[in-house]
Design a protein around this ligand. Structure first.
Ligand code: AMP
Ligand code: ZN
Length: 365
């Protein structure tokens, strides 16, 4: 039954998770079958299923948000985006395959804390990756490394060129999920849309489009129907608060929006929508048009929900806490994106915490 629903944009992956306990496994398998990837690339199905189980188990069930259900969700959204005719018709077979592998693996072994935290605490992963897209490099390299092993090698029957192409695209998409480059990607995409336009004969242009697609799939929670959107918000805020708890206990400054005692969730969500999600989806809409109209309507509705909540709180009898003034002043905007300290981001707004949440392996186990 879920097999037909996987193609529906409103499909609720959490329901499948509740029913099966392994939504990533079922969604990914179903998509692979649907597009004939097994036959097309001569992928031995048992190897793929072993690989998929290993990826799924690598996601930490103890993370409220960055667990295998988030990976299912991003895979489901990405599949919806890329299978719209305007995209699917211009992709090569290798890019189609890569566009599904990338979301499946994009947060593999996420530790539940973000890049900024890893850098501040000088986590071992920051040494390995020189502070650059630490988590994204970690997620991608870890999976691609074990994929070389015979028992997990789904690329076993592909040509050298096919492997190279799939690998290149997967790496590009997973690294694009680093929010530190959020505005840069929006800028690149908008330049294409307003300048000479996309030329889908060019691999570079197809790459920009796919990177934008995975970014939208990754921060899709304000585009969900209200009840689903609230649930994802609850989960991500709890994960932020757990990072804040660790920061408090270690005596390091608590990151913005991560202090469970003071954070104003409606204001945080309004900021996230205004400065991160809306500009991203506005740019995406200029390309996707009616294919994503429903998502644009949902963002509007969800923002109104948080605005109403925020107004009720402000006019109620409760004295505003210091963080209810955590509205997005410029400094707040700058820290709302979970961007590591010292990053050189050229953007009108940079949001550190809002987009912050990847971390190392030595933590949170
Ligand atoms: P990823 O860590 O790959 O899932 O990247 C997406 C990032 O966007 C997350 O780490 C969060 O920092 C941020 N994000 C996504 N949804 C929300 C939300 N509803 N509120 C605040 N931040 C969010
Ligand atoms: Zn993610």
């Amino acid at each position: 039954m879920y097999e037909q629903n996987v193609n529906n944009i409103n499909f609720d992956v959490e329901q499948l998770e509740t029913a099966s306990g392994q939504s990533l496994y079922y969604i990914a398998w179903s998509i692979f079958r649907q597009h004939g990837f097994f036959e097309q690339f001569n992928i031995p199905e048992p190897i793929f299923l072993r690989w998929l189980k290993k990826v799924q188990h690598g996601y930490r069930g103890t993370n409220p948000y960055h667990n295998a259900v988030h990976a299912s969700d991003v895979t489901h959204s990405m599949h919806f985006f890329v299978t719209r005719a305007r995209i699917w018709s211009v992709l090569t077979p290798e890019e189609k395959l890569a566009s599904i592998i990338a979301p499946i693996i994009h947060d593999y072994m996420h530790p539940g804390v973000n890049n900024a935290f890893l850098i501040t605490t000088r986590d071992a992963l920051t040494m390995r990756y020189n502070d650059l897209s630490v988590l994204e490099n970690f997620h991608c390299a870890s999976v691609l490394e074990f994929t070389q092993e015979e028992q997990y090698n789904l690329f076993v029957n592909m040509t050298v060129d096919q492997r190279k192409l799939v690998r290149e695209m997967v790496i590009s998409m997973v690294l694009a999920t680093d929010m530190a480059a959020h505005f840069e990607w929006i800028g690149k995409f908008k330049n294409k849309m307003s300048g000479s336009g996309f030329n889908f004969e060019n691999k570079a242009d197809r790459k920009i489009m796919l990177n934008m697609a995975i970014k939208c799939a990754d921060v899709n929670n304000p585009t969900k129907p209200l009840e689903q959107s609230k649930r994802w918000t609850e989960l991500i805020m709890e994960e932020f608060f757990r990072q804040g708890d660790i920061e408090r206990s270690r005596g390091i400054p608590i990151s913005m929006f991560m202090n469970r005692e003071t954070t104003d969730i409606p204001k945080c969500q309004i900021g996230f929508i205004d400065f991160i999600a809306q500009p991203l989806f506005d740019a995406w809409y200029s390309f996707m048009q009616e294919d994503i109209q429903i998502l644009m309507d949902n963002i509007k509705g969800n923002k109104n929900y948080w605005k109403n909540k925020s107004e009720k709180v402000s006019f109620g009898p409760i004295k505003p806490t210091p963080s209810s003034t955590e509205s997005l002043s410029n400094t707040a905007k700058a820290s709302a994106l979970a961007i590591p300290p010292g990053s050189n981001i050229q953007t009108s707004v940079s949001t550190q915490q809002i987009t912050n949440t990847k971390s190392s392996d030595s933590l949170a186990r």
